[in-house]
Design a binder for this molecule. Structure first.
Ligand code: PA5
Length: 452
């Protein structure tokens, strides 16, 4: 079996000689600290050996619940936000048909995502779409109290029960939440929903290989065994005893810290050349943004879909402030084949491409862009992925997770907490007069009055 591979040569040239290798002791220390549980946030290390600890029995249980939803539902709504939906969406969109919502695919239920915003139009349009459809819900929330998800679930639960009756609704609503606490657990216990537990020691953004990601991915019809196998193989390939020079995650963590600390590169743009990878970038942005952006530090994780965004962000990347570097996810071989046809008139002048695959043009766009951006002062890291399938996506997911754990440790932050996320919630609850927020409500009203 092949493996994903990393090329940092076009990034290292922006650093002094040996700068990446110089991080080896810090990388080793970070790996030891993760392995021994002596790093900050050590109560959230359950993801570290998760892939190799998932049993075939557990996969079978997930698959059986997925099969029930697949049999009984035309549409399955995945309600969750942040780490409680981005991983599932990333994999489902990467592997699915680009026009899934237009294709009448009788084999698989349509999977839609909600509970990740508070858009009234979004919810109105969703509930209208679900009218008279046999739909089910996977309600995902570790805390079980997240407003966006709880609010959406309240609407969907009622609609599902109204349309299918309480008894039948019970069979198509699944909760993935804490083992004991939170409103999602309370509702599941009261109504008798099937539940899966999000382990205490796995944070939201590291939870794609728990039921949080695996159940929706299985419902969408993808092979979760292959996904987990890919992740487990990457767990081995990035283990602490693998030599630094052979460990892609160690090298990625080192080079991005070197670019940040030594070359003043404060922004990393994750780039893809396949529109299906858009949500992979969204997942990655959350992983690195929430893990590293704290204590006044951290690379800002941004993303672009190329070649689309070369026609919007390309100018900035080529000639704007030189504070960026790029990490390109390059898929070596597409799944499908489209050849350029001959045209007698050749009005578009494209006959020079006759007989070539579209991917050949895409690859030349990638190479041409890399040359131009490197000439323009943008370091380039390339993650090469043999194929877009479950196995290699599993590798990609674990690669980014372990690299994030190492990288955050090198940066000197706790990569496993997210204290900053609470600030907006506190203000929102105070503004909405949530019981328990009386003092905050008073303070915020005074502040708003003073600001007038
Ligand atoms: O990574 C995280 O911890 C967060 O993004 C959470 O996943 C997100 O806030 C949703 O939280 P919850 O699952 O508790 O609803």
């Amino acid at each position: 079996m092949k493996s994903i591979s990393l090329d940092i040569t076009k990034a290292a040239q922006f650093l002094s000689e040996g700068a990446v290798k110089a991080y080896e002791p810090q990388v080793k220390a970070a790996q030891e600290a993760l392995e021994n549980g002596t790093c900050p946030g050590n109560d959230f290390l359950g993801w570290l050996h998760l892939p190799s600890s998932i049993t075939p029995e557990f996969i079978a249980e997930l698959q059986s619940v997925a099969n029930t939803l697949r049999e009984k539902c035309e549409v399955v709504v995945v309600a969750g936000i942040g780490g409680s939906y981005l991983g599932a969406r990333a994999v489902i969109e990467a592997l699915g048909n680009s026009f899934a919502w237009l294709v009448q695919d009788k084999k698989n239920p349509t999977v839609v995502f909600a509970g990740n915003n508070i858009g009234e139009d979004y919810l109105a349009e969703l509930t209208t779409y679900l009218k008279n459809k046999k739909f089910g819900v996977i309600n995902i929330s570790k805390s079980g109290t997240t407003t966006e998800t709880a609010l959406t679930f309240r609407l969907l639960k009622k609609q599902c029960e109204d349309q299918r009756g309480k008894e039948e609704a019970k069979d198509v609503i699944v909760a993935i939440t804490d083992a004991h606490k939170g409103a999602a657990r309370a509702a599941a216990t009261k109504e008798g929903y099937k539940t899966f537990v999000i382990p205490d020691n796995v944070g939201g953004r590291f939870s794609v290989l728990t039921p949080v990601g695996l159940l929706p991915i299985a419902v969408a019809g993808f092979d979760i065994t292959a996904l987990v196998n890919g992740a487990a193989d990457m767990e081995k390939a990035t283990g602490k005893d693998v030599p630094f020079d052979e460990n892609p995650a160690a090298i990625y963590a080192a080079v991005r810290n070197a670019l940040y600390a030594e070359a003043g590169k404060k922004i990393e743009i994750l780039v893809n050349y396949q529109p299906k990878l858009h949500f992979m970038s969204e997942w990655w942005k959350q992983l690195y943004g929430e893990s590293e952006g704290k204590d006044g530090k951290g690379i800002f994780p941004a993303s672009c879909d190329f070649t689309t965004d070369l026609h919007s962000m390309g100018q900035w990347i080529q000639e704007g402030e030189r504070s960026i570097f790029e990490t390109v996810i390059s898929i070596e071989a597409p799944e499908k084949k489209v050849l350029f046809p001959h045209d007698d008139e050749n009005l578009d002048g494209l006959n020079f491409l006759e007989g070539k695959r579209v991917d050949e043009v895409n690859k030349m766009a990638e190479l041409g862009t890399r040359l131009a951006h490197v000439d323009g002062g943008v370091p380039n890291i390339r993650l090469s992925v043999p194929q877009l399938n479950e196995y290699y996506l599993g590798q990609v997911i674990y690669f980014f997770e372990i690299a994030c754990g190492i990288s955050g440790n090198i940066l000197g932050v706790n990569p496993f907490n997210q204290p900053g996320v609470e600030a907006y919630k506190k203000n929102m609850f105070a503004l909405l007069n949530k019981p328990g927020y009386e003092a905050e409500s008073e303070a915020i009203q005074k502040r708003l009055a003073d600001e007038k």
